[in-house]
Design a protein around this ligand. Structure first.
Ligand code: NAD
Length: 485
């Protein structure tokens, strides 16, 4: 039974509509997820508001002790959490493990809060007057997560939020609610004061109420661009702080001087890892010049044809299924349109999957991709390699900068000068040089720009402290009475 966790207790959702949760590797129904209501949100926000009154007064060195405890529990239960992710999301066990480790790193980084939250002090800003600033928590924050990283994405927010003295309400994706059932069983064990961290399941109704609720001070959102834009506009109109991370279209540029034997497998892994369902997944491989295109396509075709696809629980499997039948159909229709638009089918991942019980698509490689094609513009979110050719590095940079999205991009090269030019001139905020998935670590900040990010302050790292706190500056003068001394 998928339940909410509110005010330190497990409780049934007040909603009476449910959506099925499937194991995408075999199509079997694992559970049903309740679609929560406005009333579910209200009771969670009430609990979080009550908890804030005393939680904000707990010294940060005490607050982080809960996170140290949670870290040890997450380490001990890593395999169990990873298996749960693979079961409901489909990614391979090793991908699931890596994502849980990333989540644990967020908890580790948030334990640095007593240092992050330090203020500033200036003596004698005027004669006999001093000024100091401190970072104060704001109240209740809410997190809304996508399906593609059931464990990791929520950790981008809440450890930093609660370590800095706020309270939190989390809404996971209704497509993968089971991972957080397990994580909240661990959270229950660390015995946070009741109401500090709450879980509410649901879909649009829960999101919309969180964005409108007068006692929610800020929203952390990760998901597709249309919903990110909706969340940003509705919640900021209510005066809330918002960080809304949206979709992506990530370009990988191959210069002829790239170390092809390493660059091509790295690019392929970026594109097909987690079945392409990553916001940092590469999509279009833009080769500079004929020779680079020839070398990349030859290697890509050989490697992509050799990927073992199946149930992610099998350790020999390199790529799991897509999340749902609908997602698979969407990607198949993008492939079909690309072929109608003049794309050349080099590896057909639609073949040899019908005997598999789940929502499988093998790696697909399409050549002769040009900028005007739908597939070259839209986020694919599936295991499709798009090969394109341009004449110069400038052409590649101009193409990727014309995209509405700007999450990440990578250059493969041996030239420091080319790498420098690229990192200075491209729009995306997360840039890789010979790195397939340049995901910033927990102590750096994460987020793109343009239609990939709505807001001002990005997630985790030092920026998390800015997002979750208000900087107050106190200016003081002590009027000395020399007769007393
Ligand atoms: P989604 O936008 O469908 O759902 C995200 C969340 O929004 C879910 O919790 C869902 O319940 C809720 N939601 C869905 N439709 C809604 C609506 N109409 N109104 C209000 N709330 C709604 O996204 P998804 O399919 O779960 O996730 C995949 C997307 O997330 C991709 O576009 C991917 O690029 C993006 N993503 C981005 C990042 C990043 O860092 N930029 C990271 C992970 C995923």
């Amino acid at each position: 039974m998928v339940q909410d966790f509110i005010d330190g207790k497990w409780m049934n959702s007040l909603g009476n509509t449910f959506v099925p949760v499937f194991n995408p590797a075999n199509g079997q129904e694992l559970a049903v997820c309740p679609l929560g209501t406005t009333a579910d949100v209200d009771r969670a926000v009430q609990a979080a508001s009550r908890a804030f009154v005393s939680w904000r007064q707990v010294p940060s060195v005490e607050r982080i002790q809960y996170l140290f405890h949670l870290k040890t529990l997450l380490d001990a239960h890593l395999e169990e959490v990873a298996a749960r992710i693979t079961q409901e999301h489909g990614k391979t066990l090793s991908e699931s493990r890596a994502s849980v480790r990333r989540g644990i790193q967020m908890v580790e980084a948030a334990t640095g809060m007593p240092t992050f939250q330090l203020g500033e002090y200036a003596e004698d800003i005027a004669r006999g007057i001093d000024s100091y600033s401190v970072r104060k928590p704001l109240g209740v924050f809410a997190g809304i997560a996508p399906f593609n990283f059931p464990a990791m994405v929520p950790f981008w927010f809440w450890p930093f939020a609660i370590a800095s003295g706020n309270t939190f309400v989390l809404k996971p994706s209704e497509r993968v609610p089971l991972t957080h059932q397990l994580i909240f069983e661990l959270i229950e064990k660390i015995q946070l004061p009741k109401g500090v961290f709450n879980l509410v399941h649901g879909g649009k109704d829960v999101v919309d109420r969180l964005c409108a609720h007068p006692d929610v001070k800020g929203i952390c959102f990760v998901g597709s661009t249309p919903v990110a834009r909706h969340v940003y506009t509705t919640a900021t109109a209510q005066g809330k702080r918002v960080q809304a991370l949206g979709g992506a279209k990530n370009f990988m540029v191959m210069l002829p001087d790239a170390v092809m034997d390493k660059a091509v497998p790295t690019a392929l892994e970026s594109i097909i890892g987690c079945a392409g369902e990553r916001c940092l997944a590469g999509s279009v491989v833009v080769c500079v010049g004929d020779e680079a295109y020839r070398q990349v396509s030859e290697r890509m075709v050989a490697l992509a044809s050799d990927v073992s696809v199946g149930d992610g629980m099998d350790p020999h499997v390199q790529m799991g299924p897509m999340i749902s039948r609908e997602s698979k159909s969407r990607v198949v229709s993008l492939i079909e349109n690309a072929l109608k638009d003049g794309g050349k089918l080099l590896v057909d991942g639609r073949k040899n999957v019908d005997h598999l019980p789940g929502y499988f698509l093998r790696p697909t490689v399409i050549g002769n991709v040009v900028e005007s094609m739908e597939i070259a513009k839209e986020e694919v979110f599936g295991p499709v390699v798009l090969l394109a050719q341009v004449k110069t590095l400038d052409d590649a940079i101009q193409w990727l900068n014309r995209s509405n999205y700007a999450n990440t991009t990578t250059l493969f090269t041996s030239s420091g000068a080319a790498a420098r030019k690229f990192s200075v001139e491209v729009d995306p905020s997360m840039i890789g040089i010979n790195i397939g998935v340049p995901a910033p670590m927990s102590f750096f900040s994460f987020g793109g720009t343009k239609d990939s990010f709505f807001g001002d302050i990005k997630v985790h790292g030092a920026e998390a402290v800015q997002f979750f706190t208000d900087k107050r500056t106190i200016t003081q003068r002590w009027m000395a009475d020399s007769n007393i001394w």
